[in-house]
Ligand binder design. Sequence first.
Ligand code: SF4
Ligand code: SF4
Length: 94
Amino acid sequence: MAAVPDRGYVTIDTEECKGCGLCLEACPPRCLEFEPELNAYGVRPARYLGRGCTGCGICFYACPEPGAITVYRVAPPPKSAGTATGEASHAPAL
Ligand code: SF4
Ligand code: SF4
């Protein structure tokens, strides 16, 4: 059976992240973790595990650092497009 494609993904600016962990706690599917390496602030920044994101945006609203997290929602492919992948778009609001 084919895997269901993720509905979103996130990017995290490791030099903006303060390593508070609020996004890790807030993410419903638990698809965020801490980097093993320290950033310039001497903390382990958050990173995306690479799969499982629903594009819900909760991590964005949980994060106290403006600009640390960017959430992208992936548009589902048109039914007539077969296996084509959707376009990603920034998700500013829930
Ligand atoms: S957008 Fe939602 S599912 Fe994706 S990483 Fe953020 S909280 Fe988790
Ligand atoms: S909530 Fe923001 S500052 Fe805190 S760990 Fe996540 S990305 Fe970093």
